[in-house]
Design a protein around this ligand. Structure first.
Ligand SMILES: [Zn+2]
Length: 391
């Protein structure tokens, strides 16, 4: 008992000692830092990230005394930005930029930091103007990275293409896949406004940059379909098979609609059944199933599902099969079937999503441009369940 009490009394003392030690440390740190080289402050910047509030307090005190320390202004500006205090970050970095005694490298760094402050504030014009100042300098690559981000946000695809090409020239890497998507964005924009010739030019550019660009052939088919040229549309979409067959599932509804316009729905269903056989896909199965159900009736649709389930047993496919059986089942069996189906659905909920290969973000909808990591074509149009089975 006495032992316990002793500890209780000693506890505040330990806290006080710890606090005192920390204070002494910071004070000593600040005194010493006045004579330390700039790399010290950079290290300090990283070190103190864990406790931004205390770091800022300490830094502000030093800045009051040491007005000349540019590095400290940088460190403080970055801390403000990370904490979301963007106005203070902008003021801090602008102050650095206004100094006349600044070394050229420090000036570029200040432009780079201030650009990030404005970018984070959503003031894209200001950010673009600042990052553009880095073009032709040793900081060009860093500037281009942010410029590209800004152009994508602004959907200024022509500038995005230009920036990507400049970036490739510096790094020696290839952004061909991304550039093809920028051309596709331009093509899709023109197509939406019935500027067919311009759209066609951009589609050709996309395929020149990246002949594997499935999206370009998809938009080419859309262009033909918009003009009422359904046979040509089907031909364009069929080319996706030679590029990347997994993407055919995205085209299932387009194929069916075009074949309906051509008065040969059965031909469309046969084409898709052929694809399904060669490239099993849940999305494709879903589309073919719906089409067969509507045009040939329940028995054919059930037969299709059973056959597909034998080849590729999936929970999502099974759920579909039970769903169709519920409608036809006698009342006393319906309850059991519904219970089974809801159980399967609970277990397969996460399995019906697409997943970004780059960041793992899951989405019900397919994206060419990941909303989470902003990578281009980072989703394979296959549901999680198929991918898990294939792994
Ligand atoms: Zn992603």
């Amino acid at each position: 008992m006495e032992f316990d009490t002793w500890w209780l009394l000693a506890l505040p003392l330990f806290f006080a000692l710890g606090w005192l030690a920390a204070r002494v440390d910071i004070k000593q740190l600040l005194t010493e830092s006045r004579n330390l080289p700039r790399s010290y402050f950079r290290g300090l910047n990283f070190l103190l990230n864990e406790q931004p509030d205390k770091a800022i307090e300490a830094f502000i005190e030093v800045v009051k005394v040491e007005k000349e320390t540019v590095e400290l202004h940088f460190a403080l500006g970055n801390l403000f930005r990370r904490r979301g205090e963007l106005e203070r970050a902008i003021r801090m970095h602008q102050n650095i930029l206004d100094r006349e005694d600044l070394a050229p490298e420090q000036r570029l760094m200040a432009v780079h930091e201030l650009g990030q402050d404005y970018l984070k504030s959503g003031l894209l014009d200001r950010a673009e103007e600042l990052f553009s100042r880095l073009i032709g300098t040793t900081w060009e690559q860093r500037g281009l990275k942010y410029l590209l981000e800004i152009y994508e946000q602004e959907k200024d695809w022509a500038k995005a293409i230009e920036a990507s090409r400049k970036m490739d020239a510096i790094t020696g890497d290839s952004s061909a896949k991304d550039i093809a998507h920028f051309y596709c964005e331009l093509a899709a924009g023109d197509l939406a406004h019935q500027r067919y010739d311009d759209a066609r030019r951009y589609i050709d550019e996309a395929l020149t940059v990246n002949r594997k660009c499935t999206r370009a052939n998809m938009i080419l088919g859309d262009l033909h379909a918009a003009r009422g040229e359904f046979a040509a549309a089907v031909d364009a979409w069929k080319r996706v098979e030679g590029q990347s067959p997994a993407y055919l599932s995205l085209l299932a509804d387009r194929f069916l609609n075009a074949f309906r316009k051509l008065d040969s729905e059965s031909q469309g269903i046969a084409l898709l059944r052929g694809y399904l056989e060669r490239y099993p896909s849940l999305d494709l199965l879903n589309a073919v199933f719906q089409a067969v159900l509507e045009s040939e009736g329940t028995a054919s649709a059930q037969a299709l599902l059973r056959e597909e389930l034998r080849r590729n047993p999936t929970l999502i496919g099974l759920s579909r099969l039970i769903e169709i059986q519920i409608a036809e089942a006698p009342a006393d069996r319906r309850h059991d079937l519904e219970l089974t189906r809801s159980l399967i659905e609970q277990h397969s909920r996460g399995l019906s999503l697409y997943r970004c290969d780059s960041c793992g973000f899951r989405a019900r909808q397919f994206y060419w441009h990941c909303p989470a990591c902003h990578g281009w074509e980072t989703y394979v149009p296959r549901r999680a369940e198929e991918r898990e089975l294939a792994a």
